[in-house]
Design a protein around this ligand. Structure first.
Ligand SMILES: CC(C)[C@H](C(=O)O)[C@@H](O)C(=O)O
Ligand code: SF4
Length: 466
């Protein structure tokens, strides 16, 4: 029978059947400081060892400062969490990339960089944006702390199979439109719960044309569509990205690996539970106006009115969102001033994101009324950006240039907004209080974030194209 990519990866990892569920084997386990301490505590209490330390990799990203390398820069509680991770990794023989290490970074940025994620693998992490790694044709999803403990102890996980959704993006992406705009447009189309219970496979000409970094941006936000995971079938782009990376198959094994990866695609005639189709030419630069990522419009569209929605729940949600965001129906986004701009997060902090941001930043200066920062996703991205002189472009334009980490994506470190602040952010979540209590988040692409920084209000990045 014709199989989907998801079927193939799933089937190759089933170890056992438990009732209606399966026990699946986990190839890679990524860990960070926030969701691992209790898991290790549970393991230690039961006197258990980590089953496969060689398949487990750790980094520090959430609770760290991106202004200083000091572990206690964000206070004693964060320091304790970070020290606990270091101690647990030491005791259990797990490779850790701590703050200051040349391979440290946001878990979803540094993992792929090291070649840890390969087509056909199962990948888990106690973090919802583990979906990012699906860009490699891996089945990658976030797990809770008790599941982290289970994977540490057994290298397996009990799971039930999800439904499948095909999101097909046809056509060619217009100039100035990015992967971030594609995924926001998809979520705008299906709603922020639109893929609940599904694993999404992204396909179509516009997806095939994307680089690996752009594919990661797409898969990253599968979670914001409600999906369990998002995948893209591996192809030459994937293989070229992986070749030569530290943990990628060695030269002696490379050809055999690629040959097996080439079978990882949905067969002709494979059945999906749900199919969604978008046309790339229809996508404008996206800006969220509300408090979930599905509340999104093209930059030139008016802010909607609750009456524009049929569903009473959506109407109520729009009403609440407009009140929280301090916006009114019919308003133009070009009239909405921003106080902060954040370029970073596991969605948009890779080198291509920073290049796109710099290409706009070199055209002007950050508005006096805006505080703007660029936070590279990993130490490797930071080094590369500095080698290309991007840091100078940013600082000369008036942006802060930071150390790698999650930073202002969420309020767990020293980058927290205050009530009433309005931020154009390249991150992935915009719920109430995400970047600080009472703060307002608008999700955009890196280029759109810079456009807002320079103008002091939202602007169509296509006006900046040289
Ligand atoms: C801290 C962590 C558990 C959390 C997540 O899982 O998503 C964080 O990364 C986030 O983006 O909110
Ligand atoms: S950058 Fe943001 S979304 Fe990504 S892992 Fe860190 S906190 Fe979560």
């Amino acid at each position: 029978m014709a199989q989907t990519l998801y079927d193939k990866v799933w089937q190759a990892h089933v170890v056992d059947q438990i009732g209606d569920d399966n026990l699946i084997y986990i190839d890679r386990h990524l860990i960070h400081e926030v969701t691992s301490p209790q898991a290790f505590a549970g393991l230690n209490e039961k006197n258990r060892k980590v089953r496969r330390p060689d398949r487990t990799f750790a980094t520090m990203d959430h609770s760290i400062s991106t202004r200083s390398l000091a572990l206690d820069a964000c206070g004693p509680q964060n320091a304790l969490q970070l020290q606990t991770l270091a101690q647990n990794c030491e005791e259990h023989g797990i490779k850790l990339y701590p703050v200051g290490h040349r391979k440290q970074g946001i878990v979803h940025v540094m993992g792929p960089e090291l070649g840890l994620i390969q087509p056909g693998m199962t990948v888990v992490c106690g973090d919802s944006h583990t979906a990012t790694h699906g860009a490699f044709g891996a089945l990658a999803f976030g797990i809770g702390t008790s599941q982290v403990e289970h994977v540490l102890a057994t290298q397996t996980l009990k799971q039930s199979k999800a439904k499948s959704m095909l999101v097909q993006v046809n056509g060619t992406l217009p100039t100035g439109i990015t992967a971030k705009d594609i995924i926001l447009a998809i979520i705008g189309e299906i709603g922020h719960g639109g893929a609940t219970g599904h694993v999404i496979e992204y396909a179509g000409e516009a997806i095939r044309a994307l680089s690996m970094e752009e594919r990661m941006t797409i898969c990253n936000m599968s979670i914001e569509a409600g999906a369990k995971a998002g995948l893209i079938a591996p192809d030459e782009t994937t293989f070229a990205y992986l070749q030569g990376r530290e943990f990628a198959p060695s030269e002696a094994h490379w050809d055999a690996a690629v040959a097996s990866w080439k079978a990882l695609h949905s067969d002709a005639g494979a059945q999906f539970d749900t199919i969604v189709t978008l046309q790339a030419e229809d996508i404008a630069p996206q800006v969220t106006w509300g408090t979930n990522p599905g509340q999104v419009i093209g930059v030139n569209a008016p802010v909607p009115s609750p009456d524009d929605f049929q569903d009473p729940i959506e109407q109520e949600s729009a009403r609440k969102a407009l009140a929280y965001m301090g916006l009114s129906a019919g308003q133009k986004l070009a009239d909405v001033a921003v106080s902060h701009v954040f370029i970073g997060s596991c969605t948009n902090s890779r080198i291509e994101d920073l290049r796109a941001a710099a290409s706009i930043a070199r055209q002007g200066k950050v508005s006096k009324s805006v505080t703007a920062m660029v936070v590279p996703g990993s130490a490797a991205v930071k080094r590369q950006a500095e080698a290309e002189g991007l840091d100078t472009i940013f600082t000369e334009a008036g942006f802060e240039w930071r150390l790698p980490g999650c930073s202002m994506c969420l309020g767990m470190n020293d980058d927290i907004l205050t009530a009433g602040d309005r931020c154009a952010s390249t991150s992935n979540r915009n719920f109430e209080g995400r970047q600080g209590r009472g703060a307002r988040t608008h999700l955009v692409s890196p280029a759109m974030a810079v456009a807002a920084a320079l103008r002091g209000h939202f602007a169509d990045v296509r006006e900046f194209q040289e």
